[in-house]
Ligand binder design. Structure first.
Ligand code: SAJ
Length: 423
């Protein structure tokens, strides 16, 4: 059975590009989102998120009539679920627990329009066991249909987990070129999912089971988190031992089998700082390194703030005629990583706000990728590099944007450089 109509539930950073890619291959795509504004924006051929090239693909898909957005699901041959999997509210020090309520709502929303022969794919990053849970929810909603956990290969509806793995900023290119992990609940579920993705995926579609596919995605991001934690721990050790950590890592990486990542002010974004907790919350006794890496990376912003406090003390010792009120602190970069405008879950944002809260003098931020200071950042002015270099007494490097790499800081004495840009 071929896929003529494809529905994508959740039109965010992953769902919208995925919907647009199917539509660009002349499939009829029905995008579903609970946000009326997003639906209207997409139907006008525009986009509500920032991602290079996405505007062109969406505009063409809507104009040619292959993509439409709606609030309520309509019948389709395949449903891809790309909704958020955040944490439930938790207290400091507790292990965050995943909140699957968006997936449950999506399942309940598609249930009435589901029919024999349909394929349902979970794309959202999810704890191990979620695809099986999804199958149970569907079976409760639609007792008239059969599912793989009940009858295996002969199920009326096929189910699979196929995690997205694209890098924000390179989504369109990576959607096409990356290999895909396809975890079907039966061999038939996997085969049909491969057939669907082969519409636009040029990478290899590698088949496994649903649980392994879920764990594969969590493992990829946990691996990166653990490696960044190693680099962050090295940066703290080297600071103590008066060693330049960037020189050290460059030297160690000359070994043919060593590849250490880069330290920074902490780990941001929606994925790497989140997904490892899905492993830790399932297997708290066993996931020791993964848990510790999270704690190491989460504690780095506090370490940076302490460095800024030391820089203030050093400045006042060197300038006894001045008080803290006279000091201007410049924070370079607010985004969660270089050369993007995405401020979500950014350690640089948190650090800048904490500096502004603790410091009695002026705090300025330099972020070449945004036009105005975000509303949630209070008592911080947005300035350009030139002004910061002239007026600030302490320079705090938080994000290695390309614009910052050519700054000449030879004359500047009071620096906290978390990215090794001014090493
Ligand atoms: N970071 C460092 N040091 C490094 C590399 C990164 O401190 O050497 C920091 C960044 O500054 C940033 C954070 O880590 O704050 C995350 O950035 P990232 O570029 O590592 O990853 P994301 O969150 O943009 O995207 C990741 C990707 N996963 C991997 O590279 C394993 C992407 O492929 C996933 O699709 C995405 O998570 C996701 O959706 O899960």
């Amino acid at each position: 059975m071929s896929f003529e109509t494809i529905s994508v539930i959740g039109l965010g950073y992953i769902g919208l590009p995925t919907a647009a890619m199917f539509a660009s291959c002349k499939k009829n795509v029905i995008g579903v989102d609970v946000c009326q504004k997003a639906v209207e924006t997409i139907n006008a051929g525009k986009i509500h998120i920032v991602e290079p090239e996405l505007d062109i693909v969406v505009s063409a898909a809507v104009t040619e009539g292959y993509l439409k957005a709606v609030l309520t699901p309509e019948p389709a041959d395949a449903f891809l679920i790309a909704v958020p999997t955040p944490f439930k509210p938790y207290n400091d020090g507790d292990v965050p627990e995943p909140d699957l309520s968006y997936i449950e709502s999506a399942i309940k929303a598609i249930s009435p329009v589901l029919k024999k022969g349909d394929l349902v794919i979970l794309e959202s990053t999810s704890p191990v066991g979620t695809t099986e849970q999804m199958a149970e929810w569907l079976a409760i909603q639609r007792p008239d249909l059969s599912f793989p956990q009940q009858v295996g290969e002969s199920a009326d509806v096929n189910l699979a987990h196929c995690p997205e793995r694209v890098l924000p900023g390179k989504v369109i290119c990576e959607l096409v070129q990356n290999d895909r992990v396809i975890g079907g609940m039966s061999a038939r579920c996997s085969e049909r999912s491969v057939e669907l993705y082969k519409t636009f995926v040029e990478g290899e579609c590698v088949i496994t089971n649903a649980r392994t596919a879920e764990m594969a995605k969590l493992t990829e991001n946990s691996s990166r988190d653990v490696q960044i934690a190693f680099a962050n721990e090295l940066s703290i050790i080297c600071d103590e031992l008066d060693i330049n950590v960037w020189e050290l890592i460059a030297l160690a990486n000359r070994h043919p089998r060593v590849n250490i990542l880069q330290p920074g002010p902490g780990v941001g974004g929606h994925c790497i700082a989140v997904d490892p907790w899905f492993i830790v919350s399932k297997t708290p006794e066993e996931a020791k390194i993964i848990h510790t890496a999270r704690l190491v990376n989460d504690s780095k912003p506090e370490w940076v703030i302490n460095k800024v406090k030391l820089a203030i003390t050093d400045f006042l010792q060197a300038n006894p005629d001045k008080t803290a009120r006279d000091i201007t602190i410049a924070c370079y970069g607010l985004a969660f990583k270089p050369d993007i405008d995405d401020l979500r879950e950014s350690p640089a944002m948190g650090i800048t706000q904490k500096i502004a809260d603790m410091h009695v003098g002026r705090t300025v931020a330099i972020e070449p990728n945004i036009q105005e200071i975000p509303k949630k950042l209070t008592s911080v002015e947005l300035v350009d590099v030139e002004l910061a270099l002239v007026e600030a007494d302490i320079q705090v490097m938080l994000v290695d944007h390309k614009e910052f790499k050519c700054i000449n800081i030879k004359e500047i004495k009071f620096i906290v450089d978390t990215k090794g840009v001014w090493k």
